[in-house]
Ligand binder design. Structure first.
Ligand code: PGA
Ligand code: ZN
Length: 411
């Protein structure tokens, strides 16, 4: 069992060009692991704190880097790298705050995941095999997750009038290879349709690689997706899903869409009608992040569609427990940097699955070239993984890692 000999960090840029951390854990036996930390734009209020040197997402992360090289390095020196729980307990205790605001959630998740990667290398195991050794999670019926591909970007991921954040296609196959090819064909057909309806200048790309369509009515993109699907050789090859990210347009007790101000009841009615009309597989964050009551009302009214918590639950065990107790969700978004350590992420996943709640692992809108989440998704046979549009490299590397894992299974 090798021990940690050094934890280091440097500044890199994420897919939006903003500074973030690359953290490396090195061990006495020479093995090492690196995690490039992603960053969200539509962050939930209850997420772990992202430490930056100044205001705004463009500011540097040199303080977080100094925390890794200083306090975190000092505290983890000599700890067995395979003791993930111990490592994460040390990180949490060292930070000492509930939101991980002293050392930074970005510094902590960097060290935590980098340690797991180093341990897998030291044990000469594929990362997904190593992850399975860390926790017992109730088995699932799937092998590979559904790929959720965000093809129309709105909300905080685009500078348009569209308030709903993500319009996703979900290829109906368990093969990542096939899913990516269905996704690419769909995206090409969608672009063609958009050029036809709105002109070539409408092909603006949003943060997650989808098209930032400048329309106001949140139903317009769904109509467009339906048209494209109907033109496919096999229209049953995809289903659709939404991330409303409703907190981002909740103001003064109303949901603001253009000139309209919707009450929670009116929004619920709309979303329920979309789920039926477009046979939606899932709907994420249909209401603002404190409204457990409306989540559970929607869950009751659309039993055929999974209501998903993201800003509501923030990969936080206590919030997921509350959502389960109040019957708010059928699935939960899992983002390791939302909570700040790998052990807490795994505990939240275990809690969800033990209660029959599906897990959907997710990238962030500001991504890096890291593919850790693909190993995490495959390790525990989760229901889905959100990977953006099959276009930008930082999204494709996650899909490519799943394809590599798929080929490993067949050899
Ligand atoms: P973020 O959003 O990565 O910009 O926070 C993604 C999401 O809401 O799912
Ligand atoms: Zn979301």
């Amino acid at each position: 069992m090798t021990k940690i000999s050094r934890v280091s960090a440097s500044e890199i840029r994420d897919s939006r060009g903003n500074p973030t951390l690359s953290v490396t854990v090195a061990c006495e036996d020479g093995s090492q692991g690196t995690f490039d930390v992603p960053s969200g734009a539509s962050t939930g209020r209850y997420e772990a704190f992202e430490l930056r040197d100044g205001e705004g997402p463009q500011s540097h992360v040199l303080k977080a880097i100094a925390n890794v090289k200083g306090e975190i390095n000092g505290a983890l020196l000599g700890v067995a790298v395979t003791e993930q729980k111990k490592i994460d307990d040390i990180l949490c205790a060292l930070d000492g705050t509930k939101e991980k605001s002293r050392l930074g959630g970005n510094a902590l998740i960097g060290a935590s995941v980098a340690a797991a990667k180093a341990a897998a290398t030291s044990d000469k195991l594929e990362l997904f095999v190593y992850l399975r050794k860390l926790v017992r999670i109730a088995p699932s019926e799937r092998e590979f997750p559904f790929l959720y591909m965000n093809v129309i970007n709105g909300g905080k991921h685009a500078k348009t009038r569209l308030m709903f954040q993500e319009y996703m296609i979900v290829p109906q196959t368990e093969s990542p290879q096939e899913a990516v090819s269905i996704g690419k064909d769909f995206l090409a057909a969608l672009e063609k349709e958009i050029v036809k309806d709105y002109g070539a200048q409408a092909l603006v790309i949003g943060d997650e690689g989808g098209i930032a369509l400048d329309v106001e009515d949140p139903e317009t993109p769904l109509k467009l997706l339906n048209e494209v699907r109907d033109s496919l050789p096999n229209p049953h090859s995809v289903r659709f899903a939404l991330d409303v990210a409703a907190s981002s347009f909740f103001q003064h007790n109303h949901y603001r869409i253009g000139e309209k101000k919707l009450s929670r009841e009116e929004l619920l009615e709309r979303i329920a009608s979309y789920t039926t009309a477009y046979n939606l597989l899932s709907v994420e964050d249909p209401f603002e992040e404190n409204d457990f009551t409306s989540f559970s009302a929607l869950t009751r009214s659309v039993p055929q569609t999974k209501v998903v918590g993201d800003d509501l639950t923030t990969t936080n065990e206590a919030r997921v427990r509350e959502a389960i107790d109040k019957h708010c969700i059928g699935a939960v978004i899992i983002k390791p940097n939302q909570i700040g350590t790998l052990s807490e992420t795994l505990a939240t996943m275990a809690l969800a699955r033990a209660n029959g709640i599906e897990c959907i692992i997710s990238h962030r809108s500001g991504e890096t070239l890291d593919s850790f989440i693909s190993d995490l998704a495959f390790a525990f046979s989760v229901f889905g993984i959100k990977v953006g549009a099959p276009r930008a490299k930082e999204r494709l590397v996650k899909m490519e890692r799943l394809i590599t894992i798929e080929s490993l299974q067949n050899t």
